[in-house]
Design a protein. Structure first.
Length: 279
């Protein structure tokens, strides 16, 4: 473990219900270690890299926005690069694990993005993909499109979301075998997310960059929220997850897969062997 890695003990997205719920499933599946070469595609303000750094793991982060990367570098350790998810700036067979959260719905060519992930991944690499679930409780209401309906803004979606079946087929065609899926943010989480958007819309607050989100954390209201409101909703949300996850369609669809290409069998054998050794 590298104790010298820089990280922010209170990253802004530590207090995001949506981010925390998704991250819990992603990290539980990936089980990152210092021996892994991990890439976060669409890293934004570096939440996942910050979480990895707390455990002594230095990850790689790529984002389309240079402004977001600049802010991320100020908060956490990581090896950052600017790039496009459809043309990733990395060599073939480079990574053991890939985090791909809330990005695929924004890219023009989702097939190209998945093919690029397979190209840069080692055989047997683990993939955690998160995207809106089109069958979510509020997915087909006007609330769903708040901040998602203006082309050219960071929140613009090329598509509203996916079904588990459709995304499984898309990943399979690219060379990723889906090992499992989950749906999260059922009622409370999704309601909280949309309510926040509604309040911001009423106040005519439109964030154009993730730097605007960072600025919001300096306001007194955020301090009240982080100390009192968030812990309450987090606890209630955990109970909801316990009883309803995968029983009811939620806002976020989490797909957990493994890259299948030449050498996958040997890579999986090594992973199993290492797992048995650690046990």
């Amino acid at each position: 473990m590298n104790a010298k890695l820089k990280f922010n003990p209170k990253h802004p997205f530590d207090f995001s219900l949506t981010t925390r719920f998704k991250a819990a499933h992603v990290l539980e599946y990936l089980q990152p270690s210092s021996e892994d070469k991990i890439l976060d595609i669409g890293c934004g303000l570096g939440f996942f890299l910050n979480t990895l750094a707390r455990s002594g793991v230095r990850g790689f982060g790529m984002d389309f926005s240079q402004k977001s990367l600049t802010l991320a570098k100020e908060m956490t350790s990581g090896l950052f690069a600017q790039g496009d998810a459809q043309v990733l700036p990395y060599r073939d067979n480079s990574f053991d694990k890939i985090i791909f959260t809330d990005v695929i719905e924004h890219v023009f060519d989702d097939r190209a993005a998945l093919q690029e992930i397979v190209r840069i991944s080692k055989p047997g690499a683990m993939i955690a993909l998160v995207t809106p679930g089109i069958r979510g409780r509020l997915a087909n209401t006007s609330w769903r499109t708040l901040y998602h309906d203006e082309e050219g803004t960071p929140e613009y979606d090329e598509r509203p979301g996916y079904t588990p079946e459709g995304l499984t087929d898309l990943m399979k065609r690219a060379g990723i075998r889906v090992r499992g899926s989950r749906q999260t943010l059922i009622f409370l989480g999704e309601f909280f997310l949309q309510l926040t958007k509604w309040i911001l819309a009423k106040k005519k607050v439109h964030y154009q960059t993730q730097g605007d989100i960072l600025a919001m954390t300096e306001k007194p209201l955020f301090r009240f929220y982080s100390r009192f409101v968030f812990p309450l909703f987090w606890g209630i949300g955990r109970l909801e997850e316990w009883f309803l996850a995968n029983r009811v369609d939620g806002h976020s669809l989490i797909m957990l897969g493994v890259v299948e290409k030449e050498g996958t069998g040997k890579a999986m054998e090594r992973a199993i062997y290492v797992g048995l050794e650690r046990a």
